[in-house]
Design a protein around this ligand. Structure first.
Ligand code: SF4
Length: 221
């Protein structure tokens, strides 16, 4: 399911300026462009409002709004941003405007057409998401030096799954960073940290800092 809009429009859920809460860019001011629609239904998804809500907007209109924030860092996210054909022109246009562009993707859609200098933050879905069968493993073979990998971990089974993937795909030497992120409110970060230390994993335990700064139920943060 890739959405091709005949008029070249993007379906945008929201554009907002906030603090980046994840990845090695965490803590930096960032403009977020959230695209509508996702073909997964992760059990712990915190952006279900992006499944259907959104408005059609031209590329120029989106770029104008991003420009107004004057921020060098932009994240393209969703939903699943790679479902819309127009996302490639959006990412390339942002790169051409000198932005550092992050792409947050669910890991089930090919990253083969992502512009060369974009930083892909690639989710690998663990069993607790209910969507692990959809992982496109070729994305791990396609990692570029700047790309980062993220596992959202709900329980011990998810942790062991992530650990096995990290070892099997040699991610410690092939990704710019590997993030283990406990499901907010479902797995104690201390427990995940203790497992990580016991196994000497080459990862970063990552908390979604925007959920500590702002009310976790608030959109657009
Ligand atoms: S891929 Fe992302 S947006 Fe889609 S259901 Fe999973 S967490 Fe939600």
């Amino acid at each position: 399911m890739v959405v091709v809009d005949n008029k070249g429009l993007l379906t945008i859920n929201e554009i907002f300026y906030s603090i980046q809460g994840e990845s090695t860019y965490a803590g930096r001011p960032c403009v977020f462009v959230r695209l509508t629609a996702c073909d997964l239904r992760c059990s712990w998804c915190d952006t279900a409002y992006a499944f259907h809500e959104g408005s059609k907007r031209s590329l120029d209109d989106v770029l104008d709004e991003v420009d107004r924030y004057g921020c060098p860092l932009v994240e393209v996210t969703g939903g699943e941003p790679l479902l819309q054909e127009g996302v490639y022109d959006l990412m390339q246009s942002l790169v051409d405007r000198g932005r550092t562009v992050l792409l947050e993707t669910g890991g089930h859609r090919s990253t083969g057409r992502v512009p060369e200098t974009v930083v892909t933050i690639l989710d690998v879905k663990c069993p607790g998401s209910g969507e692990a069968a959809k992982n496109d493993w070729s994305n791990l073979e396609r990692l570029r030096p700047q790309d980062e990998v993220k596992f959202v971990v709900k329980d011990r089974e998810d942790y062991e799954y992530a650990r096995d993937v990290i070892v099997r795909h040699d991610l410690g030497t092939r990704a710019a960073a590997i993030h283990l992120s406990p499901v907010h409110g479902m797995l104690n970060p201390r427990t995940l940290s203790e497992w990580t230390l016991a196994d000497h994993l080459p990862v970063r335990v990552q908390l979604q800092i925007h959920k500590f700064i702002w009310d976790p139920a608030t959109r657009g943060v």
